[in-house]
Design a protein around this ligand. Structure first.
Ligand code: NDP
Length: 253
């Protein structure tokens, strides 16, 4: 085990970030790269991924739909065979859909389940099969304050993020014995395209600033430290933890 700051060094590690073309995924990718990792960016839109790779100063591109189990499996297998090991997986791809629960479209409910939780199983399993063979690997799932708290109009999202937190514990329970560290980061509110409607709503911002002990929205760079920690040797005995980075929202009523 390296000492001091060296234990956070990711030089020589390769990190796959799903939904790495924008928002939180892109910020986490840039942060992992700054700690020395080689990047593999996933998303569905090749052009967006190419722009993201340029923005972070170079990355492998691995476009596939995370809701498609077979596509995830074959993309990861092909990458491992042709390029090399994926040492770190950040399961970040996700979506939001807002509607009152009594009007919530069944199709949107299914899409949320597939995008926010089935994806964590699909890509997690594909990567873990290789990591288990090597006896090491890091999986970081992006949960949410909605893993534990509900808000009006997003009940299905809340259900998926609660499931992400519990699947993280399940992954740790099954895979820690194989040398994998599986944990989650649960962000509070961050200004990304997913939250564009909330950012544009001054009433919501005023409510959020009052509700959050830190008194403001989060900045995506503020998630990077948690991600580097969980991806690094510094977290070698951290398993099944959900790390809230939320300005204190879940600490306070
Ligand atoms: P964005 O909407 O900004 O980005 C979502 C990313 O996921 C995009 O890169 C998108 O690329 C990709 N994506 C979506 N669906 C798929 C799919 N089926 N297959 C592959 N890639 C997909 O979201 P955020 O950055 O805000 O959120 C990232 C994660 O963080 C999500 O899991 C979200 O739930 C979570 N989160 C966000 C918070 C926030 O405040 N923003 C708070 C708490 C959690 P493309 O569409 O090109 O495929």
């Amino acid at each position: 085990m390296p000492a001091g700051l060296q234990m956070f060094d990711l030089t020589g590690r390769r990190a796959l970030v799903t939904g790495g073309s924008q928002g939180i995924g892109l910020a986490l990718a840039a942060g992992l790269k700054s700690a020395g990792a080689e990047l593999v960016l996933n998303g569905r839109d090749e052009a967006k991924l190419t722009r993201a790779a340029e923005a972070v100063g170079g990355a492998h591109l691995l476009a596939f739909d995370v809701t498609d189990h077979a596509a995830a499996q074959s993309a990861v297998d092909r990458f491992e065979a042709e390029t090399g090991p994926i040492d770190i997986l950040v399961n970040n791809a996700g979506m939001q859909h807002r509607a009152s629960l009594e009007e919530f479209p069944a199709e949107a409910f299914q899409r949320l389940l597939q995008t926010n939780i089935a994806s964590v199983f699909n890509v997690g399993q594909a990567c873990a099969r290789h990591m288990i063979g090597r006896g090491r690997g890091k999986i970081i799932n992006i949960a949410s304050v909605q893993s534990t708290l509900a808000r009006p109009s997003i009940a299905p999202y809340t259900a998926t993020k609660g499931a992400v937190a519990n699947l993280t514990k399940g992954m740790a329970t099954d895979w820690a014995r194989h040398g994998l560290n599986c944990n989650a980061i649960a962000p509070g509110y961050f200004d990304t395209p997913l939250n564009a409607a909330l950012v544009a709503d001054p009433t919501f911002s005023a409510w959020l600033e009052k509700r959050t002990p830190a008194g403001r929205w989060g900045r995506v760079e503020e998630l990077v430290g948690a991600c580097i920690f969980l991806a690094s040797d510094a977290a070698s005995f951290v398993n099944g933890h959900v790390l809230y980075v939320d300005g204190g929202i879940t600490a306070s009523l």
